[in-house]
Design a protein around this ligand. Structure first.
Ligand code: ASP
Length: 438
């Protein structure tokens, strides 16, 4: 039997009017049986997100013991309940929440209340069972999500129910107190619920009609990707394409559950389907998407006969390990290697110390640093079976007079990554997009 878990983001919960749309969407398909919600988001561009107000409340409670900004929360939820014409004592729930915020004095508890209140209202609106995430999503002592315990608790809570609403973003820490995921974490909660109930589909409802082939702020009206694989999604989101929280992929990917991105404001648009490898069929297209990220530093190292010096790379990498610095890419030649690192990891004199450490560890002939590098990933399974993809990509860059600072083609032939100057990033994405999509 089909069972869909649908997660609705902040803009889909922004006010009573949109919540009524959401109710229609849910009720139009009886397979939609578990609903996960975020806190109300912005209603217009300079509006404020409920979660941001709650973080402000945390600061206020810490400084003065009281949270005057809670009034914004009060007004917003009171008007939502009014717009929906619901017979629901929101005043009582808000009073209780305000009291607990002052009592708990916990950032995670306070921040989680947007989702909590929103789920209470949605459950009432839908006549559905409210399941508190605090009782079914658990974290281990080391702060990591506890899958085994949570999946069992969620499936038990949902059993025999026609429709359930679960607040996203938080769960219960090993100390029994509310603990949140990182920002945008309701996507993760949705994926966890989908895995727990063995859903046939995880629908993620947002305010865009899917995943674009590249950032619409960089390329005007890029194509929406109809379907892509989990691997392609991972590559693109890692490089900055953010529709879904990057960690939300893992629970559903393991269980081979597809994700569909849908638009609450245009529910008939097909959206984007993200498929596990077992279901993924090549579409005939060469490139799926292009994404870029700025502000990397490249450390170039040269030493004659590097290739025959056993342990050379290990010694270099152990310097980075000592400083707890992750490395994004390691393009290499016979006598050369480069380390591509996020620049933010090398501030406050760390870069100098790392360079000294490498000099001491391997005594290179040359060590050189290039900063302000952007990485651009061109991603697509289609690349592996099509001849001349990189030739087209580099010709497009050459025609746009963009200098290539670094090249790295993943061994899976799923991506080609180029490094360019930060200031060439947008032009480069445009050039590649137009070569393959227009
Ligand atoms: N409300 C939380 C945030 O703003 C979580 C979410 O929206 O997914 O980060």
């Amino acid at each position: 039997m089909a069972l869909k878990v649908c997660k609705f983001g902040g803009t889909s919960m922004a006010d009573g009017n949109v919540m009524s749309r959401v109710k229609k969407i849910i009720e139009s398909d009886s397979d939609r049986r578990v609903v996960v919600v975020s806190a109300p988001g912005k209603r217009y561009s300079d509006d404020i997100k409920i979660t941001d107000v709650l973080y402000r409340c945390c600061d206020e409670v810490e400084k003065t013991g009281e949270a005057p900004s809670f009034n914004i929360i009060r007004t917003r939820f009171t008007s939502i309940v009014k717009e929906l014409n619901l017979d629901f004592d929101i005043k009582y729930v808000l009073d209780e929440t305000e009291r607990r915020i002052a009592e708990e004095k916990s950032t995670d508890f306070t921040a989680s209340r947007g989702e909590y209140l929103c789920a209470r209202v949605m459950a009432k609106l839908l006549g559905a069972k409210f399941i508190d995430a605090e009782e079914v999503i658990f974290f281990k002592e080391n702060g990591i999500f506890d899958g085994e315990k949570s999946y069992t608790a969620i499936s038990r809570a949902v059993e025999g129910e026609e429709l359930c609403v679960l607040p996203g973003f938080y769960g219960c820490g090993s100390d029994g107190k509310v603990k949140t995921f990182s920002r945008g974490g309701s996507d993760i909660s949705g994926a966890i619920a989908a895995r727990a109930v063995n859903a046939t589909l995880y629908e993620n409802w947002t305010d865009v009609s899917g995943f674009y082939a590249c950032d619409p702020r960089i390329v005007t009206a890029p194509k929406v990707i109809n379907s892509l694989s989990y691997k392609e999604l991972r590559e693109l989101s890692y490089m900055g394409a953010n529709v879904l929280h990057s960690e939300s992929i893992f629970p559903v990917r393991k269980a081979n559950i597809p994700i569909q991105i849908k638009n609450t404001f245009r529910p008939d648009d097909a959206g984007t389907l993200i498929l596990p490898s077992v279901y993924y069929k090549p579409s005939g297209r060469i490139i799926t998407g292009i994404a870029g990220k700025k502000d990397f530093t490249v450390i170039f190292i040269e030493k004659s006969l590097m290739n025959s010096e056993i342990g050379f790379i290990r010694k270099v990498l152990s310097v980075l390990e000592d400083y707890d610095i992750p490395i994004e890419h390691i393009p290499s030649g016979i006598d050369t290697m480069s380390l591509v690192i996020e620049s933010s990891r090398l501030t406050n004199g760390v870069l100098e110390e790392v360079l000294q450490g490498i000099k001491k560890a391997v005594d290179p002939d040359v060590i050189r640093v290039t900063e302000n590098i952007a990485l651009i990933a061109t991603v697509g399974h289609g690349m592996s079976s099509s001849v001349g993809t990189s030739a087209r990509l580099f010709k497009a860059m050459a025609d746009a007079k963009i200098n290539v600072k670094m090249i790295d083609q993943g061994s899976s032939e799923l991506n080609i990554i180029v490094g360019v100057k930060n200031e060439d990033c947008e032009r480069c994405i445009n050039a590649i997009y137009h070569e393959f999509f227009r």
